[in-house]
Design a protein around this ligand. Structure first.
Ligand SMILES: NC(=O)c1ccc[n+]([C@@H]2O[C@H](COP(=O)([O-])OP(=O)(O)OC[C@H]3O[C@@H](n4cnc5c(N)ncnc54)[C@H](O)[C@@H]3O)[C@@H](O)[C@H]2O)c1
Length: 266
């Protein structure tokens, strides 16, 4: 072998789109992709104060299929290719139990978190003529149960399954599809809730003892979007400080067969 690998995890020459890239986790992904050499565009419903010298921002709502299709098309037309799509935009209506659950909440949560990801996958698949990478944002609550998650956690469970199904359908086109499932991350969606009880709870419950930072989530997206992840598709990667690994407490006592640290058969 005399061909030498390029710089590790380089995204040079790649054209990337990050939905929900104007804030939080998406914003950190944008910074990371730019640093790795990609041409990055943001698709966000509220670009607000988003300003990045090297990044274009398209105002669009991911629940609107025509808007997603035309935003991705215009980015593909501008750069002549589309390589990486991160379906990250999401709303997080946690803390709403079945007793309070409404059709309105279910409709909007599924419109953004499920339809939005499905449209992103569909049109990325159509426009990635040279193969590519799709990375979706799930959540640890899409993999395990929490109270008050009927709308949100269920929508994230759907994102996990959409990932697997798209990975299967797109494999022959050279497009990989993966999902990152964050734990509780220090973003405006979490920190802007006054006295949010989720913060101390997550700090106490997460094995690593703290919230995650957006940059720690962005690192996983970068890896899955990179050439080095070429043989990974349909994977669900938890980046959650260990909160998805198990319960901090489960009350048990050893049976009578455990004697002096060994096992005594009946
Ligand atoms: N922060 C966490 O603890 C956490 C944990 C697990 C998963 N997530 C997921 O990570 C993703 C990003 O969350 P965040 O914490 O960075 O939130 P955030 O609120 O800081 O950012 C979300 C971004 O998505 C955009 N957005 C929302 N609805 C949109 C729509 N319909 N169309 C286009 N853009 C839209 C917002 O304008 C915002 O810029 C979400 O999918 C969220 O569910 C977050």
């Amino acid at each position: 072998m005399n061909s030498r690998p390029g710089p590790h995890f380089s995204l040079a020459g790649r054209v990337a789109v990050v939905t929900g890239g104007a804030s939080g986790i998406g914003r950190a992904i944008v910074d990371r992709f730019v640093a790795a050499g990609a041409s990055v565009s943001v698709l966000d419903r509220r670009p607000g104060g988003f300003a990045h010298r090297e990044v274009a921002c398209v105002e669009a709502d991911v629940s609107d299929e025509a808007a997603v299709a035309s935003a991705l098309e215009s980015i593909r037309d501008l750069y002549g290719r589309l390589d990486i799509v991160v379906n990250n935009a999401g709303i997080q209506p946690l803390g709403v139990g079945f007793d309070e659950l409404t059709g309105d909440l279910l409709d909007r949560t599924f419109a953004v978190n499920v339809k939005g990801v499905a449209y992103g996958i569909k049109h990325a698949g159509r426009l990635m003529e040279l193969g590519g990478r799709i990375v979706n944002t799930g959540s640890f609550v899409g993999l395990t149960g929490i109270p008050g998650g009927a709308a949100y956690a269920t929508s994230k469970a759907a994102v996990v399954h959409l990932t697997r199904l798209a990975a299967i359908e797109f494999a022959s086109r050279g497009i990989t599809v993966n999902c990152v499932c964050p734990g509780t991350i220090r973003t405006p969606a979490v920190t802007e809730i006054p006295d949010n009880p989720e913060i101390p709870f997550a700090e106490q419950r997460t094995p690593l003892g703290r919230l995650g930072e957006p940059e720690e989530i962005a690192a996983a997206f970068h890896f899955l979007a990179s050439p080095e992840a070429s043989y990974i598709t349909g994977a669900i990667l938890s980046v959650d400080g260990g909160i998805g690994a198990g319960w901090e407490r489960y009350d048990t006592v050893p049976p009578a067969n455990v004697v002096d640290g060994g096992w005594k058969d009946d």
